[in-house]
Design a protein around this ligand. Structure first.
Ligand code: SF4
Length: 428
């Protein structure tokens, strides 16, 4: 495969700084709330970013046409979405680029760029691929990194996490249909305006206004089954990748619970520190990762303090997650989402979300091992936990996926796991 990749790596178009003025940058659908904020983070730095929303069978078919069928499902979705968008006639291919995030980990996600270039070369060879990463990858065609951009991105992640968490805590209970969506829109408008004005650093006031807005949404006093969602990062969050799992859970009368993106970011940072600790891989960057960890973890704790003060249940504390991981798996297991998946399942079990969907993409060996493979050990620690691994792949039927989840919900409901919390603030 590497020989094959080297055939086309030398003659691809690069994204030059001048293209900021001329090109629209397409971003694949993954985290609808967070990516609305990222659009403004990059927009203030001159990039014209457009998060994609195209969906449907034709997107998957485009992916299947351009990606080898042993590639993992997220690659297929992302590439299919780019190709489908470029063929839609909505974008001028001579003035369009595509953006992909790279975590810098050892898994295939860090190597999607050559796959994307190969797929584009077949039909849109002029379209450059722009990489968004903090690891120094793709130096010739990456988003220009700066401390300011890293700081703004950290705020976008935290605000996105807060808005996403509040939204799913309120949406299942809203008294007036659409009230949670309207609240989300107004919060996002305020946050986007702060990014446009360079005032995203007003952390306390922006978090408090989001908490206050969601606390004011009128809710029904009823209890719903909470269902945690863990898994590979793309299929966990992307409605295209997980067949609109959140909407399905809402339609089934459940409260979907998504772990925050900041956990994944902290996981990526900590893996670099663990590389030094476990494998002796020290470098200049080790110190930078330590500083980044302190800063970002400090912000997560500050956010949790504000959520607590507003009467809500905090996000999982990342140091607690690490301690929970240690009960189940070694922190040196870091391919894909590695130890984070069992840690998030354990954290759900500890905080009363005992029904969990573990979203697994087809072709994803690492996450099948740490997801499905960790269930037996988790059940030894948490006998009541009810985990259903669900595979997402191009040929999987939505009905089969939904039936598996319905079986889990049926078992949960019949064992009366719903505990009523009458009168509680719903952001809790
Ligand atoms: S974690 Fe899984 S889905 Fe993600 S890049 Fe690796 S193999 Fe692919």
């Amino acid at each position: 495969m590497n020989e094959h990749i080297s055939d086309f790596t030398d003659d691809y178009p690069k994204f030059t700084p001048a293209m900021k003025k001329t090109h629209t940058v397409l971003v694949p659908a993954m985290l609808p709330i967070h990516f609305r904020l990222f659009k403004h983070v990059l927009g203030r730095r001159g990039y014209r970013v457009e998060p994609l929303e195209n969906e449907g069978r034709q997107v998957i078919d485009e992916g299947l046409k351009h990606v080898h069928n042993d590639a993992c499902f997220p690659a297929l979705c992302v590439i299919g979405q780019y190709l489908d968008a470029l063929k839609s006639g909505k974008y001028d291919p001579d003035r369009t680029a595509v953006l992909i995030t790279q975590s810098g980990g050892g898994c295939r996600a860090s190597n999607y760029v050559p796959l994307i270039r190969k797929a584009l070369k077949a039909e849109f060879p002029q379209v450059p691929v722009l990489s968004f990463n903090f690891s120094g990858l793709e130096k010739g065609s990456g988003v220009e990194m700066s401390l300011g951009l890293i700081r703004s991105s950290a705020f976008a992640i935290l605000y996105g996490d807060l808005a996403m968490t509040c939204y799913y805590r309120v949406k299942p209970y809203e008294r007036d249909e659409g009230a949670a969506d309207a609240c989300l829109e107004s919060c996002l408008a305020r946050l986007c305006a702060a990014f446009d004005a360079g005032k995203e650093g007003a952390f306390r006031s922006l978090c408090r206004s989001t908490l206050k807005a969601f606390s004011a949404v009128p809710v029904r006093e009823e209890e719903k089954l909470k269902v945690g969602v863990v898994g590979e990062i793309y299929v966990k969050y992307s409605p295209l990748g997980n067949a609109h799992l959140a909407d399905f859970l809402l339609s089934e009368g459940c409260e979907p619970v998504f772990p925050p993106l900041c956990d994944f970011v902290l996981y990526c940072i900590v893996n670099n520190l663990n590389d030094a600790k476990f494998y002796g891989k020290r470098g200049k960057s080790t110190l930078l990762y330590r500083v980044a960890y302190r800063y970002f973890y400090g912000k997560q704790r500050a956010l949790n303090r504000m959520i607590r003060r507003a009467g809500g249940a905090p996000l999982h504390d990342f140091e607690d997650l690490r301690a929970l991981a240690d009960r189940v798996i070694h922190q040196g297991v870091k391919m894909g989402e590695g130890w984070l998946i069992p840690a998030e399942m354990a954290a759900f079990a500890e905080t009363g979300t005992e029904n969990i969907v573990c979203a697994q993409p087809f072709g994803c060996l690492p996450n099948h091992i740490v997801g499905k493979g960790a269930i037996r050990v988790l059940k030894e620690h948490y006998p009541n936990v009810n985990i259903v691994p669900v595979d997402f792949d191009p040929s999987a039927s939505k009905v089969n996926q939904e039936n598996r989840i319905k079986l889990m919900l049926g078992a949960a409901r019949s064992s009366s796991q719903i505990l009523f919390r009458q009168g509680q603030n719903k952001i809790s």
